[in-house]
Every structure is written in C-alpha cells, then in structure tokens.
Design a protein around this ligand. Sequence first.
Ligand code: SF4
Length: 178
Amino acid sequence: MAKPKIATAWLAGCAGCHMSFLDIDEAIIEVAKLVEITASPITDFKEFPAVDVGIVEGAVNTTDNVEVVHKLRHACKILMAWGDCACFGGIPTMRNMFDKNELLRRAFVETESTAKGRIPSSDELPRLLDQCKPVHNVVKVDCFVPGCPPSAKAIHYALVELLNGRIPVLPAEMMKFD
Ligand code: SF4
C-alpha cells in the first residue's frame, strides 16, 4: 500500500518548529517508514504534489506566504498548523503594533548600523501584508499543534494520530515545552 504523503511549508517563522520535528530523534525513522515526505524545507523540493497532510510553520506575513499557504491548502486533504506562529500569529504578529511603512523604514533605513539604506523595491520581491496573521485567518486549518516550538513529543503524537485516521487533539501535558 502506498504511504500517506506529507508536505510542509515554512512561512513567517524561525524554523524552530521544523527543528522540533527533526528532534523526534530515532522516532523519525518510524515516521519515515510510515509516510513519504514530499515538498518541505527538509527536502528542499519546491512544488507541492497532492498530499494527504499539509503542515505549516509560521504566520502569514507576506504576499508570498499567502500564495504558498493557498497552494498547500489546495494540495492537501488535511492541513495542520504547527507552532504558535501558525496557530495564533505568535511573535511575528508583534509587528502589527506598527504601521508597515514605519517598520520597513526602521529595518532598512534607520537602523544604527545602516549606511545609505533604502527600502528594497522590486516586482520580484514579496510585499509585506498590512497585518501579519495566523494561518486560519487565511485558509481553513483542520488541526492545531501549538507551542513555541511544539515539543517533539507533541509533533510525533499529532502525526501518529493523523496516520491512524484521527484528527489530533493534544492532551494538556503536551501543550507545554519540557
Ligand atoms: S512557533 Fe516558535 S519555534 Fe515555531 S516558528 Fe514560531 S517562533 Fe519559531
């Protein structure tokens, strides 16, 4: 029987959630036996094929993030949000307290270490959204694995639940990082 396929995407996040996935240690061998990991920052394949489970790390912060999360939603049957940034917006949404043009000016022009800075501008660059958002504000999310990052145990639990045909609901003790 063909293995279920998963794909993962990295939006506005620090990669810590993907690192936590790699941190499941030897259980990753068990997971690798059970699923086929397709497009992912781990494999570096860029295009999402049709998959059973899509997993997203990070908040939706740019036009590129919007495009990626729509593509993943379209490609997967079940979409899982990994980590506080994807589930709730997390740290990247701290920028919502400021006007985005003010932020760009601060980051690219006014920082003390910048000489002759300018705000990058090109049609090829993604644009900042007016507000950074959790993933469920942009596409439907089927299950949530919160934490910053979620523990390796929680990620493993959620994947195994999905592979057994259940939408994972994390027990309370897995909602915190040990
Ligand atoms: S939830 Fe935490 S670990 Fe995951 S991407 Fe956001 S900041 Fe990084």
